[in-house]
Each structure stands twice: as structure tokens, then as C-alpha cells.
Write a protein of this length. Structure first.
Length: 222
């Protein structure tokens, strides 16, 4: 990957490279997994960065049909880096930590008869907010711990749009984020195929269904 070439789902298995961890890498990874779990992660797994699948079609789904977060948050398109730029950045990393938080006792099935009901979406967003905020806190904790262990290029991503403010700033070209050190972009916003990546890692994922939704985040590790 890199040089403008993305890692597509169809050629993932052919392009993946295997790395062996050094003793210090193993020590750090175990410690970071422990930190994720101590902060409330229901699952945490170190994976090769080669297992992260990039697909522009994921970014397309931010616009078609248009996500409610599109253009409303500084951490969402069109205000985040293009998929190609992120693909090149990802190619410079060897390891990542996938973290997950399982929402409990929330039925997220679409109960409307036609198009997705905006009121249902709003209600579900509020119900899921505590779990999404927990995911952000875990990503923050892992990223900070990795930095202190010398992995100073660690960078975290969340699932779904920002949950720090009820309403983002109005003028996104002149005003600054209210939480510049806490806000993190969604994995989907930079083109990560979360479903394929999670499956590659051997983990489960539930989206809008009668099952408990699983929110997934990612921390890139140097």
C-alpha cells in the first residue's frame, strides 16, 4: 500500500505481510491491552496494520445516503483527510490496537415502515452516547499510554461521529474545536472498512440489530 494505492478488500489476503513482534513490542502490547480493558473495553486485540482494510466506498457511505454527521462535525467529512492520504499514513505503521465496547440493552433495529425515521436515529444516538463516550475514553487512555511508552506516533480513531458536544461549532473554517485534544475522527471517515477489519482480527461486530451493538475504535501504534 502507499503511493496512491489503497488496500482493497478483494486483494487483502494476497497483499498481507506478516510481522514478528520484538520482546519490547510484546510487552507494550500486553500492557496496552490491559489498559484498554481496565478502562472498560469489552474486547481489545493487537493486529498488524496490514489487517486494516481501506475502501473508498466506506467514505462514499458518508454521503450516499448522507449521514446525519456529514458536514456537521469537524471530525467528519468533508473536514477530515482524504482516504488516499490516510492510506499512505497507515502504510507507515506496523501495529494497531482494536478496541470494542458493547452497548447493552438497546434495541437498535429500524422500527419505521419506510425510510429510516429521524426521530429514531436521534433517540438511538442518545441511548448509545454513554457507550460511544466510553469508547473515546478508552482510545484516549491507550493513545496516551502508548505515547508515554515511547510510541509517540500513536493516533486514535473512534466509531461514529463525535459525542463531545451536542452541537459542533458553526463556522468550521474560522472557529476552532472546543475539545481539540479529545476529539477523534471516526474510522469510517478515513475509509476504514470496519466490518472487514474486525473480521480479519477475529472479533465480532454487531451494528443496527436486535443484538447489542458493538462500537469499535482503533489506535495506530508506531
Amino acid at each position: 500500500m502507499g503511493g496512491g494505492k489503497y488496500r482493497y478488500e478483494k486483494d487483502f489476503l494476497n497483499s498481507r505481510k506478516k510481522y514478528s513482534m520484538k520482546p519490547d513490542d510484546v510487552k507494550h502490547s500486553n500492557e496496552l491491552i490491559d489498559i484498554a480493558r481496565e478502562n472498560g473495553a469489552t474486547a481489545a486485540r493487537i493486529i498488524s496494520a496490514e489487517m486494516v482494510v481501506i475502501d473508498e466506498r466506506v467514505r462514499l457511505k458518508c454521503e450516499v445516503p448522507r449521514c446525519s454527521g456529514y458536514g456537521h462535525y469537524l471530525t467528519c467529512p468533508p473536514y477530515v483527510m482524504p482516504v488516499g492520504i490516510f492510506a499512505g499514513i497507515l502504510s507507515r505503521y506496523k501495529w494497531c490496537l482494536l478496541v470494542q465496547v458493547k452497548a447493552k440493552d438497546i434495541n437498535s433495529t429500524d422500527k419505521s415502515k419506510g425510510r429510516i425515521d429521524p426521530t429514531l436515529l436521534k433517540n438511538n444516538r442518545e441511548l448509545h452516547r454513554p457507550f460511544r463516550l466510553k469508547l473515546l475514553q478508552i482510545v484516549e487512555a491507550v493513545e496516551a499510554a502508548a505515547f508515554k511508552k515511547g510510541l509517540y506516533l500513536a493516533a486514535g480513531f473512534i466509531g461514529g461521529s463525535c459525542v463531545l458536544c451536542d452541537r459542533c461549532i458553526d463556522d468550521k473554517f474560522l472557529e476552532v474545536c472546543r475539545h481539540p485534544f479529545r476529539a477523534r475522527p471516526p474510522m469510517e471517515a478515513v475509509g476504514i472498512n470496519v466490518i472487514r477489519t474486525v473480521k480479519n482480527a477475529g472479533l465480532s461486530i454487531h451494528l443496527s440489530s436486535s443484538k447489542n451493538v458493538i462500537w469499535t475504535g482503533l489506535v495506530l501504534l508506531n
